[in-house]
Design a protein around this ligand. Sequence first.
Ligand SMILES: Cc1cc2nc3c(=O)[nH]c(=O)nc-3n(C[C@H](O)[C@H](O)[C@H](O)COP(=O)(O)O)c2cc1C
Length: 216
Amino acid sequence: MNLLNVLKTRYTTRAYDTTRRIPQETMDQLLAALRYSPSSVNAQPWHFIVADNQAGKDRIAASTPGVSSYNTPKIKDASHVIVLCARDVLSEDYLNEVLEQEDKDGRYENAEAKDGFKGARGMYVGLHEKAGDVAAWNQKQVYLAQGFLLLAAGMLGVDATPIEGFEPELLSKEFGLKEKGLTPLVIVSLGYHAEADNNAKRPKSRLENDVIFSRA
Ligand SMILES: Cc1cc2nc3c(=O)[nH]c(=O)nc-3n(C[C@H](O)[C@H](O)[C@H](O)COP(=O)(O)O)c2cc1C
């Protein structure tokens, strides 16, 4: 697999082939891309809602009325759809849950090492609490996961559409996200493009290297 080729050929799919479904084995790899994404202090401040049937996709698509209705078919016609949500806060209980998982996974040689990392993570979380930007900090981590998902999809030959054009309040209400302390940030549709997708053959456009890179 040639990475440059994947980078240049993956693209935002505008129309899906409703007859094609992503095999479970491929879906498992895509979900692993989300799960194994990096996050600051390994906080993993996310939750992902996966729709693998029409009813689930329709529930998500209901958040694209009016001006965002151009996105409705991209959700309804895709094979699978994932809503990427961020945690609104990082509670003591949640941070302990992460710590215990790390311990279970063998990250700590002894109690001292475990305590040490607990303190370091708590210090960073405390700084963000003080600055009042924990929610924004968490959301940045979720966008990293989105990047992992989109690249993984490209590598696995799966087409994808990142979608911010939806009404978060509607989606939040449909899935009771506010009560769960979650904010929906972006929807990613996954599947295989339809013949009619006129975006499939358009050339990519990006700013030139000398505009976006400079030497230190
Ligand atoms: C966070 C994010 C939100 C986006 N929202 C939408 C959207 O609501 N609808 C849509 O058709 N495309 C959406 N896009 C796709 C972008 O327009 C697209 O990624 C960009 O034009 C670059 O094209 P490419 O993905 O084909 O390389 C979104 C992309 C990102 C990364």
